[in-house]
Design a protein around this ligand. Structure first.
Ligand SMILES: [Fe+2]
Length: 268
C-alpha cells in the first residue's frame, strides 16, 4: 500500500480516511505500507496558506508525534518513509520525518527519493521499486473528455517517472500530485523475419530482476493524498487557490511470487 500526502496539521486532512487505510493494512494478510512524503503539512503561522480556524495542535513536534501515533499499530507492516516538500520546508530546524516518524516507528528513512529492494525469504532479489516525492510540477489536463484527461495525466505521470532513469526498477512511484494515476506495462508488437517471411511478435513481460527493464514494460503510479477541499465554516488553501478537488486514498500494488500482477486505487 503506497500512502502519501497525509498533511498532518492541515485541518482539511481526511483523518478518517487515513484510519481506514491503516485498518485495511492491519486486517489484510501480507499487506505492507510505505509512507511517501508530506507526512506533515508544516505550514508556518506566517505563511499565507495558514488556516487558523480549527487548529488544535499547533506544535510541529506534536503534529509529527500524533501522525506517528496513528501509524503505530502498523509499525511492523511499514517498510519505510520518505520526506516531501512540505516536510522539507522545516528541514532547517531538523528532520521530523527521520527524527520522529521513522525513528519512533523504527523504519528506514529514504530521504526524498529512494529504492526499495524486495527479496524473498532466502534473500534472492524479487524486484526493485523507485519511490519519489518531487517538490515541483503537476500532472494536469484540461481536455473536455474525462477519458482523455485520465490518459494525458497518466502519460505525464509515466514520463516524469521515466525521466528519473531508474533502469532496474519494475515499479516506479511518485507522490506529490494528489492524483492516483496508474500506468500498466504496455506489451507492444514488433515484426521480424525468419529469412522467408515477416513474423509478428509481442514483447514479453519484463524480467523484474533484469539490470535494465524497458520503459514500457515497467509499472508506474502517482499517489492520491488525504486533503479535502471544502469544510463547512473553513477556507483552506486548496479552496482559496481554487484547486480542483481530488480523489482521496492510496494505491495498492499486488505481488505474487515476486511479480507485480495488478495495481489499483483504494479510495476513502
Ligand atoms: Fe508534496
Amino acid at each position: 500500500m503506497w500512502v502519501a500526502c497525509l498533511h498532518e496539521g492541515n485541518v482539511h486532512q481526511h483523518r478518517d480516511g487515513i484510519r481506514e487505510v491503516i485498518d485495511y493494512v492491519l486486517s489484510t494478510k501480507n499487506c505492507y505500507a510505505f509512507a511517501c512524503g508530506d507526512i506533515g503539512d508544516a505550514i508556518l503561522h506566517t505563511d499565507k496558506r495558514w488556516e487558523r480556524k480549527g487548529q488544535k495542535e499547533t506544535s510541529i513536534l506534536q503534529q509529527y508525534n500524533s501522525i506517528t501515533d496513528l501509524f503505530m499499530p502498523i509499525k511492523n507492516r511499514m517498510l519505510g518513509a520518505i520526506s516531501g516538500n512540505h516536510d522539507w520546508k522545516l528541514n532547517g530546524f531538523g528532520d521530523c520525518v527521520e527524527g520522529v516518524f521513522c525513528s519512533r516507528l523504527e523504519i528506514p528513512y529514504g530521504t526524498v527519493a529512494c529504492k526499495l529492494i524486495v527479496s524473498d525469504p532466502k534473500g534472492k532479489l524479487q524486484y526493485k521499486a523507485f519511490i519519489h516525492h518531487p517538490f515541483t510540477g503537476q500532472i494536469n489536463s484540461n481536455h473536455p473528455d474525462p477519458l482523455m484527461r485520465e490518459a494525458a495525466e497518466t502519460s505525464q505521470a509515466k514520463r516524469k517517472l521515466c525521466d528519473q532513469r531508474m533502469g532496474d526498477c519494475v515499479l516506479n512511484i511518485s507522490a506529490h500530485f494528489h492524483k492516483g494515476r496508474i500506468a500498466k506495462p504496455f506489451q507492444d508488437l514488433y515484426l521480424v523475419d525468419d529469412g522467408k517471411a515477416i513474423k509478428q511478435k509481442y514483447h514479453r513481460e519484463a524480467n523484474p530482476q533484469a539490470e535494465y527493464i524497458p520503459e514500457d514494460l515497467r509499472w508506474y503510479a502517482t499517489l492520491p493524498g488525504f486533503v479535502k477541499k471544502h469544510l463547512m465554516g473553513l477556507s483552506g488553501y486548496v479552496e482559496r487557490s481554487g484547486y480542483k478537488p481530488v480523489e482521496l486514498g492510496a494505491i495498492r500494488s499486488f505481488t505474487v511470487a515476486g511479480k507485480i500482477t495488478h495495481m489499483d486505487k483504494k479510495l476513502v
